[in-house]
Write a protein that binds this ligand. Structure first.
Ligand code: DGL
Length: 271
């Protein structure tokens, strides 16, 4: 048993889609979330910048005594997971790409044509195609960056006409030309527009990595006998900029569970 909290982070509110699943499946775990809302989006920034930001956030979470770090961000997982594991060899670092790639490999056949959408950093890394092919090399994978989604979601336009147009702008040709039948939401913000994607493309099968990461968290806690016996204190959500949208989303997903929201600017003070 281990009552220390689990640290979870993302560039902004996208990682809350993972938290939502963790609250359901791991109700006794205390979570400390960091959303870097002041510096989002990460997905269009230089790799060195993303690496610096994620090291800084991980230092902050480790300073808060976490027993594990969950990278609730495809962008960070795609280029920083190994560096972070090296930085903190004693703390399990859980990324989101492997569990999602396993889901694709185990639930698709060679008949399927899989599209992966994500940020520029994630897509340029080619990690989804690589990880899926490591398990199975007979699945056709097509990857495309869709960078306009994150700023619109962070600004509160997840359900809007502008978002519908943006979804169609990116996906109409991508789906048609590549005959995509399965779409991986390769950014933790994208589950927030899942309903709109499904409404616009009702025949598309969706794979949501934010749901898949929880099984890896669960397995590691079980393997290392690190489950918390029962939740002793509230979840804490830090944001580097307390946007209204971030606060509203936490209130929505945490309805019924104890939680506290705090402003934290890592550039000013990491203590
Ligand atoms: N939610 C993140 C991801 O999964 C980051 C998006 C961004 O900041 O660009 O990639």
């Amino acid at each position: 048993m281990d009552k220390r909290p689990i640290g979870v982070f993302d560039s902004g509110l996208g990682g809350l889609t993972c938290v939502n699943c963790m609250l359901d499946e791991l109700p006794d775990e205390k979570l400390i979330y960091f959303g870097d809302t002041a510096r989002t989006p990460y997905g269009s920034k230089a790799e060195s910048t993303v690496k610096n930001f994620s090291a800084q956030i991980s230092d902050f979470l480790v300073g808060r005594g976490v027993k594990m770090i969950v990278i609730a961000c495809n962008t960070v997982s795609s280029i920083c997971a190994a560096d972070l594991q090296e930085r903190f060899p004693e703390i399990p670092i859980v990324g989101i790409i492997e569990p999602a790639a396993r889901k694709v490999a185990h639930s698709c056949s060679s008949e399927n044509r899989v599209g992966v959408i994500g940020t520029k950093v994630t897509i340029n890394s080619g990690i989804y195609g690589r990880k899926i092919r490591e398990i199975r090399d007979d699945i056709s994978v097509f990857e495309m960056a869709t960078p306009a989604f994150v700023p619109l979601i962070e600004e509160g336009f997840a359900q809007s006409d502008i978002m519908d147009l943006t979804i169609q702008y990116y996906l109409d040709d991508f789906i048609l030309e590549n005959r995509i039948d399965t779409l991986v939401l390769g950014c933790t913000h994208y589950p927030l527009i899942r309903d709109s994607i499904t409404r616009l493309y009702p025949n598309l099968r969706i794979i949501n990595p934010s749901e898949e990461i929880v099984s890896d968290v669960n397995s590691i806690l079980s393997e290392k006998e690190m489950f918390a016996e029962k939740k002793e204190s509230e979840n804490i959500f830090y944001a580097s900029d307390l946007s209204e949208n971030f606060v509203n989303m936490i209130n929505a997903i945490c309805a019924g569970s104890r939680s506290k929201i705090e402003f934290k600017n890592l550039d000013i003070d990491t203590k």
